[in-house]
Design a protein around this ligand. Structure first.
Ligand code: CDP
Length: 775
């Protein structure tokens, strides 16, 4: 299938692997999202717009040359026209009729838990409903788990409000703030920001004084950051109830989710204020009856027993068309191949016309599988007959540069079908118009902390039923759709009901450092929505102690405070701080390595043996015997020095140009941050390459990744120095198959066996000295 164009005809056969039985289509009705049941068979009255809504028109308008750029007055009237046109669409959103009750809930109570199906209008409308409220004097923050959602929502809301973006005009009302990019201004009233950015802001502004309201969106994703934000907000509300010092005026909090555990959230916030020992919040008499959410659509409830609570709840019914589910008859291990087949089956069998879009959204596990499939789709698409509509593959994953992420929102040209190859980003976070077909590989890449080893590993695991339902729902946003599950019906049945919150399975050191830096002394007592296992909490504290981010007494150290200011894990932060030490003097080089480690993979992943061999010989000039980190450094430096065509340079070496652009953004930002923190001066340059310089770089890496070190055993295997776990060097490493006395690695991947990925060769005595230092 991967080779030889002749086999393309294979797709023209009726899909034999797939059979949608009546029983299966029946099933569609039962596992649709809860809110869809009422509308699954009847057509929604509202036909949502089919054109891209994220604002690319607006963007291209702004990027026009000066000559044909409309004058300011013209621009203003264009904005207002677009705003008025969009108003009708907004009015048809399921959330629109509930504006009044949402407003009045927040006049009475400080907290509102709002649930509603993806696409019902929560993220775009709620901030606009609140903007005109008398209590809303300052800015409204809306947090998002991902950059792409924060940016596209801000653009959409700017269009809906007829406003520019915060970085385009100081008067602009809408903005966003994401890592490496701030587009908010002095008059921004609605600001979309990633959860990480809000946590960063809380370092400087503990009481969130610049905001009148915080809207926490996509809570069902239960990222660690969202759990931290919820805990901080609960503490802040309790402080307000005590009339504490953090802020004088009340802060409104809206918790929004597609599938939240409403009751859990209500109790969480009620209990917080109750524990503060006060019975009055914002002039309201409070009592502490238990609350059960009122799931009657649109109804805002504050109950029970005739008494009031600090929390209101609201449920907005969504709209969903029926989606036919098609399972594989037999399980497969090769999702890339299966997905490729289904993509072409759909493309060749399902008609496409101007008024009937039929884009495909395919869920894969990560950058590597996405890029492999992207190349295959593009290769095969080029071989299709001219009469067949075109097919374009568009990747979507977190590490993709912004402009590439935004491409998915552009409407496909005439007679062209888009196939979006995405990670679980597209599950609930972003809505791509035009999608009628979903292909779900049934897996996602998750981080899992192994307490015994003290290592965090990246695992490809089956998704939960609730994630599978969300993925499927993406096909039925605008019309009836199809969902091809690349697993069997039994496979679906064996999935867990819900995804385990990240806080229960990840390395907590980053979260704990964040908390310590924000004044939470006793992290073990922090109000978590789900309490992480004690062993994991202790391991995290120990890890921070090893990194010298905490002092012996457990309070945050100077180094810890510096690390917390970087958008990096504590381990990478520690490496960076070490490199700034004048004795090491390798900060610029270490920034280059960290930037490359911050994107998923700068080297293109080739699927065929032939391709792999070609790539290896093309990249040989970049490979360094010291291992992957020095190889990354050379690659970044050569790319940065390239004065002619960087794209061509990348193409020749099978390096991802997209990833390298992102690396350059991160590098710039890290350099700026180091300058701000006086770790780097503007005139600083790297010392010339030498063995001792390389040694300094590797020793800095060791300082952060001391838990990720292994020594060569007499039988030729490697065993970690801490934890005594056998690991093998990953085939993607330049050291694969090599025997060196000791290694340091930045990633632990557990698939068929335990792999060390991102590996450098180090001397055993360096490792032993570093281990002794922390013991
Ligand atoms: O938050 P929720 O998923 O409930 O909905 P939303 O993100 O507010 O989206 C409401 C509607 O706005 C979607 O159905 C899209 O039609 C549109 N939208 C858009 O065009 N572009 C975006 N970036 C976000 C939303």
């Amino acid at each position: 299938l991967h080779r030889g164009a002749g086999k393309l005809t294979k797709f023209e056969d009726e899909p034999k692997d797939y059979a949608a039985t009546d029983r299966q289509s029946e099933k569609v009705k039962t596992d649709q999202c809860p809110s869809s049941s009422a509308t699954s068979s009847s057509k929604p009255q509202h036909q949502p717009e089919h054109q891209p809504k994220s604002g690319p028109d607006l963007i291209s308008r702004f990027s026009q040359s000066k000559l044909n750029r409309p004058n300011q007055g013209q621009q203003r009237s264009n904005h207002l026209e677009r705003r008025d046109a969009l108003l009708e669409t907004r009015k048809a959103l399921p959330i629109w009729p509930h504006a009044g009750s949402i407003r009045s809930a927040l006049r009475k109570n400080n907290v509102l838990v709002l649930t509603g199906e993806t696409g019902s209008g929560k993220s775009t409308q709620v901030p606009q409903f609140l903007l005109t409220e008398p209590w809303c004097k300052k800015c409204i923050a809306i947090t998002q788990p991902r950059r792409v959602a924060a940016i596209s929502l801000a653009r959409r809301v700017a269009e809906e409000m007829g406003s520019l973006m915060g970085n385009q005009s100081p008067a602009a009302k809408v903005g966003y703030s994401v890592r490496f990019d701030n587009a908010s201004g002095p008059n921004t009233k609605v600001k979309f920001l990633t959860e990480g950015m809000l946590l960063q802001e809380m370092l400087r502004d503990e009481g969130l004084l610049q905001y009148s309201a915080i809207v926490v969106d996509e809570v069902h994703e239960r990222s660690v950051n969202v759990d931290l934000i919820l805990g901080f907000l609960r503490n802040l509300l309790a402080d307000m109830a005590r009339r504490g010092k953090k802020r004088a005026d009340p802060l409104r909090v809206v918790i929004m989710s597609a599938t939240a555990d409403v009751e859990g959230l209500v109790h969480f916030f009620n209990d917080g204020v109750k524990e503060s020992g006060e019975s009055e919040v914002d002039g309201l008499e409070q009592s502490w009856s238990s609350i059960s959410p009122d799931n009657e659509a649109g109804k805002v409830s504050r109950k029970n027993s005739g008494s009031s609570s600090v929390v209101s709840t609201c449920f907005v019914e969504g709209r969903q068309y029926p989606v036919k589910t098609i399972y594989l008859p037999d399980p497969t291990q090769d999702w890339v191949e299966s997905a490729l087949k289904v993509i072409f089956q759909i493309h060749l069998k399902q008609p496409l016309s101007e008024d009937k879009p039929g884009d495909i959204l395919c869920f894969l596990t990560g950058q590597d599988t996405i890029e492999a499939l992207e190349r295959l789709v593009n290769d095969y698409a080029q071989l299709m007959d001219k009469e067949i509509p075109k097919l374009i593959a568009l990747p979507l994953f977190a590490a993709l540069p912004q402009h590439a992420q935004q491409r998915i929102f552009n409407r496909a040209p005439s007679r062209t079908r888009k196939v979006i190859l995405a990670t679980n980003i597209a599950e609930t976070s972003v809505t791509v118009p035009g999608v009628r077909y979903v292909i779900d590989c049934g897996k996602s890449k998750i981080k899992q902390f192994r307490n015994r080893l003290g290592l965090e590993s990246l695992l490809v695991k089956p998704i939960s039923k609730s994630a599978a339902i969300q993925r499927k729902g993406r096909a039925g946003r605008e019309a009836e759709g199809h969902c091809y599950r690349l697993y069997t019906e039994d496979g679906y049945r064996s999935m867990d009901d819900r995804t385990i919150p990240e806080i229960l399975r990840c390395d907590l050191s980053s979260a704990f450092l964040t908390m310590k830096a924000r004044g939470v002394d006793n992290v073990l007592d922090f109000p978590f929505l789900d309490q992480p296992p004690r062993e994991a909490m202790e391991k995290a504290l120990l890890q921070l102690l090893h990194l010298r981010a905490l002092t012996e007494t457990g309070s945050i150290s100077e180094t810890g405070l510096k690390i917390a200011k970087f958008p990096l894990t504590p381990t990478l932060g520690r490496v960076l701080i070490e490199a700034a030490d004048p004795e090491r003097d390798c900060l610029l080089d270490v920034i280059d390595i960290i930037s490359a480690l911050s994107v998923e993979n700068i080297f293109l992943n080739l699927v065929t043996e032939e391709g792999k061999e070609k790539a290896e010989s093309a990249r040989r000039e970049l490979f360094r015997r010291e291992g992957d980190h020095m190889t990354l450094l050379i690659t970044v430096q050569r790319y940065a020095e390239e004065s002619s065509d960087r794209r061509v340079w990348c193409g020749r070496r099978f390096v991802s140009h997209r990833a390298m652009q992102h690396v350059m953004d991160i590098r710039k930002q890290l350099r700026q941050q180091c300058i701000q923190l006086s770790l780097l001066s503007l005139s600083q340059s790297s010392p010339p390459a030498s063995d001792s310089h390389t040694q300094s770089i590797l020793q800095c890496l060791l300082r952060g990744f001391i838990s990720n070190t292994a020594r060569l055993m007499p039988d030729g295997s490697y065993k970690t120095l801490i934890g005594n776990q056998t690991v093998a060097i990953h085939p993607s490493s330049v050291l694969f198959g090599k025997k060196v006395e000791a290694i340091v690695f930045n990633e632990f991947v557990f698939t068929s066996k335990a792999w060390a990925r991102g590996v450098s060769a180090v001397q055993l005595d360096w490792v032993q000295t570093a281990v002794e230092e922390i013991m």
